[in-house]
Design a protein around this ligand. Structure first.
Ligand code: ACO
Length: 321
C-alpha cells in the first residue's frame, strides 16, 4: 500500500485588491460592518484577461518547483473548482497542456468549498492503492465571475485565488502523510447556497450566488466541528497531537466558533481570511502555503483540514506534513 505525502505546495492570488472601502462605493455597506461580521478587510480578484486555469497554472508551477518534480513526473491532475473557464472541458485538461504533462488523467471535481479536500482524498486513494505515484491537486476559483456586486450579503465574502499540492507516494518518508479523510453531504440544504442563472444568458440572467447566510453559518459551524471530532476519534488522535487546524476560510466568526467547539487554542488555528476572503476551493491550500511561508507550519506538523460548502457538503482530512 502506498503512502500519500504532501511533497510540494504553491499558491497564487491575482494582483487586484478590492478593499472594504472599495465596496462601500458600490453598495450600502461599511468597512466596520464587514470586518466585524466576517473578519475580511480585503480580497483579490482576477482581471478581465485572467481565468481560473491561469490561477491554477501559476499555483501549480510553484508546487512543482517546491516538490523538485517536473511536469513529466505527474501521473494525475485533479482540480477542485466551481468556476471553470468553461462549463466543459475541465480546467485540469488545460492545466495538463499548459504545464506540458504527459497525456495523463486530468479532471475537475465539483464539490463547492470542500473541493480541495475531495481532490486530496482522491489523491490519497489513488496513491494508497498504488495506481499512481505523483498527483497534482489544485484548488482554484474565480468567484468574482459569479458574484452579484449589487448584493451586499454575498459580494463582501467571495474572492479569487488558487493553491496546489503535489502529493507523492514516498514509502520511506518519515511523515505519516495523509492519515485519513471523510466527506459527507445532505442535499436537503441544496437551495440554501446555490448559483442561479445561465452562463450564456443576458446580463440580467448571468450566474449569481444565492445564499441563506444565517442558516449556512450555523450549518457550517456544526458540520465542520462534528466532522473534525469524528475523524480524530476514529483515528484515536487527541487534540494535543494536532499542531494546526486549517478550516475553510468563510467567515472569521465561523472559524472562531469551530475552534471554541473543539476547544482548540486559537494560536493553533490558521486564518488569513482578513486578506483573501473566501476563494472557495482555494482557501485551504492558500492558507497552508501562506502559513508555511510565515514559518508557522513546519515539516512533521500534524494538520487537520476541514471545510463545508453548498450542497451541503462537508469534510475533513488529517495529514502529517
Ligand atoms: N453591510 C451592511 N449590512 C449588511 C450587509 C452588509 N454587507 N449584509 C447584510 N447586512 C445587514 C442585513 O440586511 C441585516 O439587516 P437587518 O437587521 O436590518 O435586517 C443585518 O445586516 C444582519 O444580517 P445577518 O444576515 O443576520 O448578518 P450576519 O451576522 O449573519 O452576517 C453573513 C451575514 C456574513 C453572510 C453570515 O451569515 C455568514 O457569513 N454566513 C455564512 C456564509 C458563508 O460562509 N457562505 C459560504 C459558504 S462556502 C461555499 O460553498 C461558497
Amino acid at each position: 500500500m502506498g503512502k500519500a505525502i504532501v511533497n510540494g505546495v504553491g499558491s497564487y492570488v491575482p494582483s487586484t485588491v478590492i478593499t472594504n472601502n472599495d465596496l462601500e462605493k458600490l453598495m450600502d455597506t461599511s468597512h466596520e460592518w464587514i470586518s466585524t461580521r466576517t473578519g475580511i478587510h480585503e480580497r483579490r480578484v482576477i482581471g478581465s484577461t485572467e481565468n481560473t486555469s491561469d490561477l491554477a497554472y501559476k499555483a501549480s508551477l510553484l508546487a512543482l518547483e517546491d516538490s523538485g518534480l517536473t511536469p513529466e513526473d505527474i501521473d494525475l491532475i485533479v482540480v477542485a473548482t466551481e468556476t471553470p473557464d468553461h462549463m466543459f472541458p475541465p480546467v485540469a485538461t488545460r492545466l495538463q497542456t499548459l504545464l506540458g504533462c504527459r497525456t495523463i488523467g486530468a479532471y475537475d471535481v465539483h464539490s463547492t468549498c470542500v473541493g480541495f479536500i475531495s481532490a486530496l482524498q482522491i489523491a490519497e486513494l489513488y496513491i494508497n492503492t498504488d495506481k499512481v505515484n505523483h498527483v497534482l491537486v489544485v484548488g482554484a476559483d474565480a468567484l468574482s465571475k459569479i458574484v452579484d456586486y449589487t448584493e451586499r450579503s454575498t459580494a463582501i465574502l467571495f474572492a479569487d485565488g488558487a493553491g496546489a499540492f503535489v502529493v507523492s507516494n514516498i514509502m520511506d518518508s518519515k511523515s505519516e502523510g495523509i492519515i485519513d479523510s471523510t466527506i459527507h453531504s445532505d442535499g436537503q440544504y441544496y437551495k440554501d447556497l446555490y448559483v442561479i442563472g445561465d452562463p450564456n444568458g443576458s446580463d440580467n440572467s448571468k450566474p449569481k450566488i444565492k445564499m441563506n447566510g444565517n442558516k449556512i453559518f450555523k450549518l457550517a459551524v456544526n458540520s465542520m466541528s462534528t466532522s473534525v471530532k469524528g475523524l480524530l476519534k476514529k483515528n484515536k488522535l487527541h487534540y494535543d497531537e494536532i499542531d494546526w487546524l486549517i478550516p475553510h476560510q468563510a467567515n472569521q466568526r465561523i472559524i472562531d466558533a469551530i475552534a471554541r467547539n473543539l476547544e482548540f487554542p486559537s494560536k493553533k488555528v490558521i486564518s488569513n481570511i482578513k486578506y483573501y476572503g473566501n476563494n472557495s476551493a482555494a482557501t485551504i491550500p492558500l492558507a497552508f502555503a501562506v502559513a508555511r511561508r510565515e514559518g508557522k507550519i513546519k515539516k512533521g506538523d500534524r494538520i487537520v483540514l476541514t471545510a463545508f460548502g453548498g450542497g451541503l457538503i462537508w469534510g475533513s482530512l488529517i495529514f502529517q506534513y
